[in-house]
Ligand binder design. Structure first.
Ligand SMILES: [Cu+2]
Length: 216
């Protein structure tokens, strides 16, 4: 539920919800070989991407998962959905979140509110815990290949709030859906700097959490 800006007009929430549910994943048709030269120079072919994207993949094994994001005590108006779909060479991620807090610039040594750090965290546990520092049960960023922060498999682009609404679609070749089921997605209060180690300034306080569940 998105209540609209204070004293403002009501957003067409019903419309957004309805249209969101109807949006299919925009299955990318990877033109064979179109990226192969670039991939060679970038060392991406060891990962089987993208020249060989889809080659040898069994499409019957392609999976989908979903996390319903619920705001915690610091941002109770947040609700949203993240969908994950296996596509050739990786996963397509589709995000729709409403009720994000208004942007506030950093001032007097306090960090800004928004754009919002956004990641997969290790544990699928959205227990609120301490209301002043919620969702710590979700653990750290999911980082299966021990990369520095900024290159964690679970490091996602930040969410920009547009009067509380953020939508985003992106592709990642860092995992398949089967690897993230049972983990969680977290929205943070602050932006991610993508470099503080291990994930210090990755948007400290946690606003919303959702457990990633397989979609049948
Ligand atoms: Cu995070």
């Amino acid at each position: 539920m998105w209540n609209g800006p204070a004293g403002g007009t009501t957003a067409p929430t019903g419309y957004m919800r309805k249209s969101f549910n109807k949006i299919p994943f925009s299955l990318i048709k990877w033109p064979k070989g179109i990226y192969s030269e670039g991939a060679k120079t970038m060392g991406c072919q060891e990962r089987g991407f993208p020249a060989a994207a889809g080659d040898g993949e069994d499409y019957r094994e392609h999976q989908e998962a979903e996390a319903v994001l619920i705001g915690g005590p610091l941002a109770p108006r947040i609700n949203g959905m993240v969908r994950f779909k296996d596509v050739p060479g990786g996963v397509e991620v589709f995000v729709h979140v409403e009720g994000l807090p208004p942007y506030q610039p950093a001032r007097e040594g306090r960090p800004p509110v928004g754009p919002h750090g956004f990641h997969i965290h290790e544990k699928g546990d959205c227990t609120v815990g301490d209301p002043a520092n919620p969702f710590t049960a979700a653990g750290p960023h999911w980082n299966p290949d021990h990369q520095p922060h900024g290159n964690h498999a679970g490091d996602f682009p930040v969410l920009f709030s547009n009067c509380g609404l953020a939508t985003m679609t992106f592709f990642t070749n860092r995992f398949k859906v089967a690897e993230i089921v049972g983990r969680s997605v977290i929205i943070h209060e602050n932006p991610d700097d993508y470099r503080t180690q291990p994930n210090g300034a990755a948007g400290r306080r946690r606003l919303a959490c959702g457990v990633i569940k397989r979609k049948e």
